[in-house]
Design a protein around this ligand. Structure first.
Ligand code: NAP
Length: 245
């Protein structure tokens, strides 16, 4: 079973299908139109660790690949606990965090709350790329203009008095993000340190424009086995199978 919701998970779904493995993609159900992929899909939470343990046992899952977003920490913690309890093999298919390069003007903060605190400053024009779920957390700083990029059109009223919503799921290019930042006269970018290629465009664009970036560090997780490519996931599955586990 792949715990998905990322571009990487979708690529992995295609690869395990092509490899002829019997596989299942689990999604939280947060987006309206999940990316198409060829393997069986289930949608919605499991009901915490105990629900996931039950699910693993009922479905006779032998391998779990946690390909969730690095900020989906609750799901990842639950997977570690449930796989240990149900004696199911677990690997995380993740991406190394981005590292600041020459020209980057990052203010690293430890979590979303610290990013909100960093925006307690005089009015400016912010590209807030943190996903729909966390927007309300930024409500204490309504003085800014916020450029929001979301996967789905929001159904709820605007969170900020002065906001503009772009609906797009990426992946994005640095050139297009640079043009966007210029069009909206952005002077500050807020980003999660997601790692990977698709979301990096805004970070690269901010560097070109010499814009400051409030970069939110990833939540800490317990130690777990990690791989960083589709090929390594397949090797892990095959290796484990060959060893008879
Ligand atoms: P989260 O806070 O770690 O998870 C909250 C709860 O949502 C989990 O305890 C679980 O519910 C359910 N859940 C999460 N991922 C699931 C999955 N793949 N399959 C089934 N249930 C899942 O997660 P989140 O940050 O809300 O992210 C939700 C989804 O969006 C994930 O699939 C993630 O990969 C994707 N995503 C997240 C971000 C981000 O920045 N957080 C960005 C891009 C994509 P139960 O406890 O009931 O099992």
């Amino acid at each position: 079973m792949i715990l998905g919701g990322t571009t990487e998970a979708t690529a992995l779904g295609n690869a395990v299908h092509a490899a002829g493995l019997q596989a299942l993609m689990s999604l939280a159900g947060r987006v309206e139109r999940p990316a198409r992929q060829p393997i069986r899909r289930r949608i919605g939470g499991f009901g915490g660790v105990s629900g996931l343990v039950d699910y693993l046992r009922t479905e006779q899952i032998t391998h779990v690949i946690d390909a969730t977003h690095p900020f989906a920490a609750q799901m990842s913690r639950n997977a570690i606990a449930a796989c240990a309890e149900a004696d199911v093999r677990l690997v995380a298919f993740t991406r190394p965090p981005w590292v600041a390069k020459a020209g980057d003007r990052w203010q690293r903060v430890s979590d979303i709350a610290a990013a909100v605190a960093a925006l307690d400053r005089p009015v400016c024009r912010v590209m807030l790329a943190v996903g729909r779920m966390h927007l309300k957390t930024f409500a204490p700083n309504p003085q800014h203009f916020y450029l929001l990029r979301l996967v789905d059109t929001p159904k709820t009223p605007p969170v900020f008095p002065n906001q503009h919503v772009l609906v797009s799921r990426g992946p994005f290019t640095a050139a297009a993000d640079q043009a966007l930042m210029e069009e909206f006269a952005i002077d500050l970018v807020v980003s999660k340190n997601s790692g990977g290629a698709g979301a990096y465009a805004k970070v690269a664009a901010a560097r070109v424009l010499s814009l400051p970036v409030v970069m939110i560090d990833r939540p800490a997780l317990p130690v777990r086995a990690e791989v960083f490519s589709v090929g390594d996931v397949l090797d892990w599955v095959h290796g484990a199978t060959e060893r008879g586990v």
